[in-house]
Design a protein around this ligand. Structure first.
Ligand SMILES: [Zn+2]
Length: 326
């Protein structure tokens, strides 16, 4: 721990897992703990679970509560950040939950709440793949596709806090139906959910694929990143085709962002990028290059996978808390 002896707790509140990370003043990780997110019992029960996880993580690393300057949470969905309210998080079953005030009451330390994708990019910008860049676009691929922007060195939130919804950029008019109700969004073409839909459709139409067998063997109901990796390793033809289609669309998406915003760096994050790294990002980068308006951008725009892995969100939440306390 640094001389100041103070530390911060970053919390990544996801739909399936809940992670708390304790770091010192210089972002040295002192401890990380992960538990499952339980949504049964409503928001109050989950907020108690977050507080208990924060406390047990601090206990495990031997840090007293008086040393904690802030607890900072990355939560899914739009956030009213002036009041610390989670506006709507369907995968948690939350609507207008005053997370900051309730957590502050339980933990008695300053609490900050920010959108999970935003904190992920803030983490990658400060400590990971986007280090040193003034302008960074984040594309996070998971069950959906989230986006975030760092412009002029700062998180760009938009006029109403809704900036960065890159996943709902329409790439194919009349394309597949998206969760947002429209058609042909990037999310409906290249998210893990879209890929699973395409794999299942190919199998239903009679194509030969091992994906469902691998899922059964690993006791998974959904096509997770580990299933995708295992199928690619086995050279599953259907998986390869579906993957390369998703990568193509992500390449177009990245090039649109570059042409619009002129960033130095695009970070591709999320579970698939974490697991497959370059083999996932290389084809995305190649397609993006083809669609760059300025061919010289090939030499000056980096398109990279995230470096911080599962800790990006919690670390980014701490970075933001430090900025906001200053
Ligand atoms: Zn959409």
């Amino acid at each position: 721990m640094t001389k100041t002896g103070v530390c911060y707790v970053g919390v990544d509140l996801g739909g399936t897992s809940l992670r708390a990370l304790v770091a010192d003043d210089e972002y040295k990780i002192l401890g990380v703990k992960k538990v499952r997110t339980l949504t049964t019992g409503g928001p109050a029960r989950l907020i108690h679970r977050i507080a208990a996880l924060v406390e047990s993580t601090l206990e495990e690393v031997g840090v007293r509560r008086s040393r904690v300057r802030a607890v900072s949470v990355g939560a899914p969905g739009p956030i009213d950040r002036s009041r610390g309210i989670v506006e709507e998080a369907p995968n948690l079953g939350w609507r207008r939950v005053p997370l900051r005030s309730e957590l502050r009451q339980l933990l008695r330390v300053p609490v900050f709440v920010e959108n999970d994708v935003n904190v992920g990019l803030v983490g990658e910008h400060a400590l990971g793949a986007g280090r040193g860049a003034k302008n960074v676009v984040g594309i996070f691929v998971g069950t959906g596709i989230g986006g975030a922007l760092i412009l002029d060195g700062k998180l760009y939130e938009g006029a109403r806090g809704g900036a960065g919804e890159i996943g709902h950029t329409v790439l194919v008019v009349d394309g597949p139906l998206c969760g947002c109700g429209r058609r042909g969004c990037a999310e409906a073409l290249a998210s893990r959910t879209a890929m699973e839909r395409d794999v299942r459709a190919a199998i239903k139409s009679g194509r030969n694929s091992n994906v469902l067998k691998i899922m059964k063997k690993k006791h998974k109901e959904r096509m997770t990143s580990s299933i995708i990796a295992a199928a690619l390793k086995k050279n599953d033809q259907v998986m390869r085709e579906v993957m390369s289609r998703a990568q193509f669309h992500l390449g177009i998406l990245a090039s649109n962002a570059v042409n619009l915003l002129d960033p130095e760096c695009v970070v591709i994050g999320g579970g698939i990028a974490e697991r497959l790294k370059d083999s996932y990002v290389d084809p995305i980068r190649e397609t993006a290059y083809e669609y760059f308006l300025r061919p010289a951008d090939r030499d000056r725009v980096r398109i990279l996978s995230g470096r911080l892995g599962d800790n990006a969100g919690a670390l980014g939440a701490i970075v933001l808390a430090k900025q906001r306390l200053m």
